[in-house]
Each structure stands twice: as structure tokens, then as C-alpha cells.
Design a protein around this ligand. Sequence first.
Ligand SMILES: Nc1ncnc2c1ncn2[C@@H]1O[C@H](COP(=O)(O)OP(=O)(O)OP(=O)(O)O)[C@@H](O)[C@H]1O
Length: 134
Amino acid sequence: MSTPEPGAARRPSARSPRRWWRSARFAWTGVTRTYRTQANFRLECWAALGALGLTVWLRAPVAPVALACALVLSLELLNTALEAVVDLVSPEWHALAGVAKDAAAAAVLLGSAGALIVGLSVLLPPLLTRLGLT
Ligand SMILES: Nc1ncnc2c1ncn2[C@@H]1O[C@H](COP(=O)(O)OP(=O)(O)OP(=O)(O)O)[C@@H](O)[C@H]1O
């Protein structure tokens, strides 16, 4: 017989809308806390909003831009999560902690470079047309 998880009795059943809502609230807390504490995430949020606004204004395809923005923001959230776990388990300097943090930061950098390429390839041609430069 399996041992019940701690706190399981207080938790709504797995399929209930209340459980889904509860998880969504925790996720939103993750977003707002990261926004408050991480300057890079704030910058990326505003850049994403700007890119989406520009996309709508130019009547360019929204899906690739939205996906690129979601990728960067998700990677930054994961990077923040990983930094917090590393700081928890290894508050002292450790080579492996450095490896983990550097790799997570690299993931954000790589995702941001990809998003920039997507943004430029989708938005630059219609922007130049709109500005009468082509
Ligand atoms: N405990 C540690 N052990 C070894 N190296 C670490 C450790 N903590 C941080 N580092 C090194 O310092 C770098 C910066 O780490 P830090 O936690 O300050 O992240 P950051 O990129 O400045 O993020 P933020 O500004 O969001 O806190 C890491 O990428 C890693 O190379």
C-alpha cells in the first residue's frame, strides 16, 4: 500500500477544476515573483509586449512571434528556478553549482538569439515596407 503524500488530504481531487485553478494560481505567483525579483525577466516581458504590439500593428503572423516570446520567458523562469535550487542546495561556492548556473544562463542566451532571429525575419520585411524603405 502506498503512503499518502503529505498534505494530500487538503488537496482538491486531481481532476477537479478547483485543483487546476489552484495550480494556475501557484504558476501566476511564480510569474509575478520572478517579475519582481529578476531585472532580466522584466526586460524580456516588456520586449515581448513590444514585439507583439509591433506584430499586430504590421499585421504580421502572430504565432511565430508569440512562440518566440513564450520560449524566452519560459527559459528565464526555468533559469530562475534552477538558480534558486542551486542556491538552496549549494550556498557555498562549488564547481558543479557553477556548471548548472552557467548552462541555464546559456539556455536563456541561446533561446533569446533564436527569438531575435525569428523576430527579425518576421517583422523586418513588413516594417521596412511600412516605413517606405523598400
Ligand atoms: N554557488 C556557486 N558556485 C559556483 N559558481 C557560482 C555559484 N553561484 C554563482 N556562480 C557563478 O556566478 C554566475 C552568476 O551567478 P548568479 O547566481 O549571480 O546569477 P546571475 O546570472 O547573476 O543571475 P541573477 O542576476 O538573476 O541573480 C553563475 O553563472 C556561475 O558561473
